[in-house]
Design a protein. Structure first.
Length: 361
């Protein structure tokens, strides 16, 4: 079990020199190494024990799958950002699903997804390296009966191959020495939103069946390396300060909290959209909960005493000794810039460890 009281979720704001290198298409490796090193130092200087590379080598938090595996057909950043996004003023931004988006052939690995990220991270930090991987069923988004049917007649066939790819990845990461891996599953809370739930139901699965299939796939990935501590991250989307869904965990808590084999649950709780703490009563006694109390959408710095009070409120459902704190989501789940400046990000990371020191000593 990883027992750190404060951690980041994964992604950090991409520095301008990295964005410029990506636009030029030159000197990318050097820029990625520099950005990864800067991300590591930023977290270490904030006093964090769990360290990520900021996902500096990725177009999106889940794009290492499409970058490393052939068979996905044509794709770009829009493949990870489609849906109806809302902002703090209630305005909607509708990003349509790309018309040509879909798996077009059997998925085959060209390389490992994140082994190279882990090697760099482990070689450049004295902290605990954390690698983030996507939940297998996130890639149901790439299932299109017309494009995909020849290679995968049924959605579960595609999910089985994605799961196998991630099992191989986890085994390789374990061989390299990884001891902490986060599985990102933002699509679980999206089932709370009727429009998003309808997409999955259109593939032939009701919400309960879809969760059961998804959790089974996640657990298969985690079972590949019992020596690794796994975390499961749930959020409602985050792109440039926008979100995809709202609603508390009540309708999904029993199924997810009770059946996942993840030892740590990283749960978005930064505003009213995430609901109350009461569903935490369904967290089993062998799991920790990392409360995502610090916003990665709004630049304003949260009040330390307020955060401490919220942790105290959550402790009525999960004992304080099994709680920790984090941001609600990654600071930059894709290369698109959000509403925070690097200085805002640094202040929020320092706040994480300040809260952890005050609450847990």
């Amino acid at each position: 079990m990883i027992e750190a009281r404060a951690e980041t979720i994964g992604s950090l704001i991409r520095p301008e020199y990295l964005i410029e290198a990506r636009q030029r298409g030159t000197e990318m490796a050097a820029a990625e190494d520099r950005a990864g090193s800067d991300a590591i130092r930023l977290q270490e200087n904030a006093g964090l024990e769990i360290i990520t590379d900021g996902e500096m080598r990725r177009l999106s938090f889940q794009s290492q799958m499409t970058e490393a595996i052939s068979g996905f057909g044509q794709w770009d950043l829009d493949a990870f950002l489609w849906g109806e996004w809302m902002d703090g003023d209630g305005a909607a931004l509708n990003r349509p699903r790309p018309a040509n988006m879909g798996v077009i052939g059997k998925l085959k690995a060209r390389r490992f997804l994140s082994a190279h990220e882990y090697k760099f991270l482990a070689a450049n930090t004295s902290g605990t390296p954390k690698i983030t991987l996507p939940s297998p069923t996130l890639f149901a988004n790439f299932y299109d009966p017309e494009l995909t049917g020849a290679a995968y007649p049924f959605l579960e066939n595609l999910i089985a191959d994605v799961t196998g790819i991630l099992i191989d990845e986890v085994r390789e990461l374990a061989r390299l020495g990884a001891r902490y891996i986060q599985i990102d599953a933002p699509h679980y809370p999206l089932l709370l939103q009727p429009k998003t739930a309808a997409f999955y139901e259109g593939l032939g699965w009701n919400s309960s069946e879809w969760l059961a299939l998804s959790i089974e796939a996640d657990n298969a990935v985690m079972d590949a390396a019992p020596e690794i501590c796994f975390a499961l991250h749930l959020c409602r989307g985050n792109s440039q300060g926008r979100w995809l869904a709202e609603g508390g965990y009540e309708d999904i808590a029993a199924q997810i909290f009770g059946r996942t084999r993840a030892a740590r649950l990283l749960l978005e709780y930064d505003d009213a959209r995430s609901g109350e703490f009461a569903p935490l009563a369904q967290v089993p006694a062998d799991k920790w909960v990392t409360l995502g109390l610090i916003s990665t959408k709004q630049p304003e710095l949260e009040n330390l005493d307020m955060l401490c009070r919220r942790i105290d409120a959550a402790s009525h459902y999960v004992p304080l000794e099994r709680l920790a704190i984090s941001p609600a989501c990654g600071f930059s789940p894709s290369v698109l810039a959000g509403g925070l400046r690097p200085s805002d990000q640094a202040a929020k990371l320092r706040l994480l460890t300040a809260v952890a020191d005050k609450v847990w000593g």
